[in-house]
Design a protein around this ligand. Structure first.
Ligand code: ADP
Ligand code: 5GP
Length: 187
């Protein structure tokens, strides 16, 4: 079975998580794609909700058996990826998987799904505004903030690989614009 997929990506702080949460709230036909990963589960996380937590050995076995849509060794020994079985689970519910992923993961997913996927790039209005949002979110130290900003300039070069580029200035307006894009794309 081959259904459709929605891929949302952006540099960190541009607003992709906020936008994906909104889409999931207002579009019940979408279902969040849960990745598999081999890192240890954090205390606040739930297996099968945040990730499917499996051992590195099991992960490598699944790679050998071609069970992934895409995967990456994000940190040495820590594998992350999307299982083909996760797509089948969502499509068999009559729903469309939605991904909230970094730009490299997004480009790999788009390669796999081709025209069956809508790739949406969330563009920050400016680097200055990206810094403001990351500071306001309060999730970063001086060091991780600088790393994310340095990475953002590189990540912005990926924008032309996407089907749609949306500048996330006015959140409410842009959420509605993206809902309309998704509605146009889905059957
Ligand atoms: P990402 O998932 O891309 O890292 P988030 O969704 O966590 O980004 O958004 C980063 C911060 O910016 C959050 O605090 C969020 O509330 C805020 N934010 C998102 N979109 C906007 C917007 N259009 N205007 C102002 N703030 C926003
Ligand atoms: P964390 O360990 O903080 O949950 O995630 C670490 C990194 O793994 C993040 O950058 C996240 O984007 C990436 N990641 C999560 N799931 C996947 C996936 O399915 N595929 C890929 N390629 N990366 C993923």
């Amino acid at each position: 079975m081959q259904g459709k997929a929605i891929i949302v990506s952006a540099p960190s702080g541009a607003g992709k998580t906020t936008i994906v949460k909104h889409l999931l709230k207002v579009m019940p036909q979408l279902n969040f794609s849960i990745s598999a990963c081999s890192r240890a589960k954090r205390e606040e996380e739930t297996d099968g909700t945040d990730y499917y937590f499996i051992s590195a050995e099991k992960f490598r076995e699944k790679i050998t058996h071609d069970e992934f849509v895409e995967w990456q060794e994000v940190y040495p020994g820590s594998y992350y990826g999307t299982l083909k079985s996760e797509m089948d689970r969502i499509w068999s519910l009559g729903k469309t998987p939605i991904f909230d992923v970094d730009v490299v993961g997004a480009v790999n997913l788009k390669k796999y799904f081709g025209e069956h996927a809508l790739g949406i790039f969330i563009h920050p209005p400016s680097i200055e505004e990206l810094v403001n949002r990351l500071k306001k979110r309060g999730s970063e130290s001086e060091e991780t903030l600088r790393k994310r900003i340095d990475k953002a300039a590189y990540e912005l070069t990926f924008a032309p690989h996407f089907d749609q580029i949306v500048v996330n200035d006015n959140l409410e307006v842009k959420c509605q614009e993206i809902v309309n894009l998704v509605k146009l794309f889905l059957p």
